[in-house]
Design a protein around this ligand. Structure first.
Ligand SMILES: Nc1nc2c(ncn2[C@@H]2O[C@H](COP(=O)(O)OP(=O)(O)OP(=O)(O)O)[C@@H](O)[C@H]2O)c(=O)[nH]1
Ligand SMILES: [Mg+2]
Length: 428
């Protein structure tokens, strides 16, 4: 993207009258980051506190004049609204301002389109974009069109939109079919790792999910201080010095008012979350609005059918807090959250509390058994070491007798295996 083609933008918000100034500022900071991520040059901000946004034009008549004046003074090319505008609101505002309006949903969709790497993520984003456009029959604001010079000159799908909704519908069902195919092969893949302990990282964008995955797995995972750094879920094997390895999956970050079309089209990715044995809900504890972020993430989890899943909360980035702040956060967390740990990716040993919690969660699902294995059966012995912890090991002539902690699924299979003698053990 070339800088001289950058859109000059005024941001517009209509927060509720009773919202704290701190939260209003936080929301604007976030919108600014979103706008900058999408490549806009933010020239100004306009706020109108209201009981609720104006049904016809989002902000009131007087504010529209103020906005128009501000835009001409700042030579702004677009106005960016911190809410999904209805098709009618968008159209009215564009007429009144004689300029392009972009709403929060378009902005997020545009960033997702910029970030999508895998075939699946690209299809998911395109599906969400088409659904958004379908009800508006207008061109999408997109980084692609800016490359072509000026906004909205060549948005993808422009022709379809202008000519025929049916083409969009056809494309939408085509995309759905392709995505279903991909989802099917993913679920087959998942079933094959069913007996392993699977953990999914979820949380607000930029909370530190990928950093934690990178640190725990020791592998190269993309981390950056920007919104929606990760769009593709990545799974890595992590050794946490516990009974056997875990499979840790990183997922796309969530955000306040995440467009529902996006949630819907990322459903397959989110299913992975719903099927995990355990969720790690990562929270940036250094953000003043972490409580609001936590609620937003829960809303998305609910929409994805993963609410109420066994969860450990991870209060991350505590290195950024003073001791007093950390204490305050701990007492809030005691009151608000389920089991939680405080972590830091940048401090030496900062993830140890998380490792311990994961070890505990793994142990809780293990059964301790005493198994007599024919000496020739090396595979079962190897499985015991791979899937769990071997506590004791004895030999007689023809057998290896071990006491081991292994997942219930493994115990079940061993019980069904001819030649193995399995007993419950009380050994700790
Ligand atoms: N100070 C500090 N910074 C951290 C910590 N963990 C992560 N970060 C930084 O926070 C930023 C975001 O980290 P990521 O791991 O990319 O966050 P993410 O949750 O994967 O974000 P998305 O993929 O956008 O959802 C990066 O600049 C990290 O270096 C931490 O414990 N302390
Ligand atoms: Mg990430």
């Amino acid at each position: 993207m070339q800088s001289h083609e950058k859109e000059r933008a005024i941001l517009v918000g209509a927060p509720p009258s009773d919202m704290s100034q701190e939260l209003v500022d936080e929301h604007l900071d976030e919108l600014t980051r979103l706008a900058q991520t999408a490549g806009a040059d933010v020239r100004g901000v306009l706020i109108q506190r209201r009981k609720k946004p104006n049904a016809a034009t989002y902000i009131g008549r007087g504010k529209i004049d103020e906005l128009a004046a501000m835009m001409s003074e700042q030579e702004a090319t677009i106005a960016i609204f911190d809410e999904e505008l209805t098709p009618a609101q968008g159209a009215k505002l564009e007429t009144a301002l004689d300029a392009r309006t972009v709403d929060r949903t378009e902005l997020i969709l545009d960033i997702f389109a910029l970030r999508a790497r895998s075939a699946e993520a690209k299809l998911q984003v395109e599906l969400a974009q088409l659904q958004y456009m379908r009800s508006r029959l207008k061109r999408m604001w997109t980084h692609l069109s800016r490359e072509g010079g000026g906004i909205g000159t060549r948005g993808p799908g422009e022709q379809q939109i202008e000519t025929d909704r049916r083409l969009i519908d056809r494309r939408i069902s085509g995309l759905r079919r392709q995505l279903e195919g991909i989802a099917l092969s993913r679920s087959t893949q998942r079933k094959s790792r069913k007996q392993q302990f699977t953990v999914a990282l979820v949380g607000y964008t930029n909370a530190g999910k990928s950093s934690i995955l990178r640190e725990l797995s020791g592998s190269d995972v993309f981390v950056e201080d920007r919104l929606f750094a990760t769009l593709d879920s990545a799974t890595r094997i992590c050794d946490i010095d516990g009974p056997g390895p875990i499979l840790l999956t990183d997922t796309v970050g969530f955000i306040r008012k995440l467009p529902h079309h996006l949630v819907a089209s990322f459903r397959a990715t989110l299913e992975e979350v719903a099927e995990a044995d355990l969720l790690l809900h990562v929270i940036d504890a250094s953000s003043p609005s972490w409580e609001e972020h936590e609620v937003a993430v829960n809303e998305v989890l609910e929409a994805a059918g993963a609410a109420g899943h066994p969860t450990i909360f991870v209060m991350n980035k505590i290195d950024r807090l003073t001791h007093a702040e950390e204490q305050a956060i701990r007492s809030r967390s005691d009151a608000l959250l389920g089991p939680y740990v405080c972590t830091s990716v940048v401090e030496e040993g900062g993830l140890d509390p998380l490792r311990k919690a994961l070890q505990g969660a793994m142990r809780a699902r293990l059964e301790t058994v005493k198994v007599s294995i024919p000496a020739a059966d090396g595979a079962t012995l190897a499985e015991a070491y791979r899937e769990g912890e071997v506590l004791e090991r004895d030999y007689d002539q023809e057998h290896v007798v071990i006491t081991a902690r292994v997942p219930g699924a493994v115990v079940g299979r061993w019980r069904d295996t001819v030649g193995l003698i399995v007993e419950r053990s009380d050994a700790a």
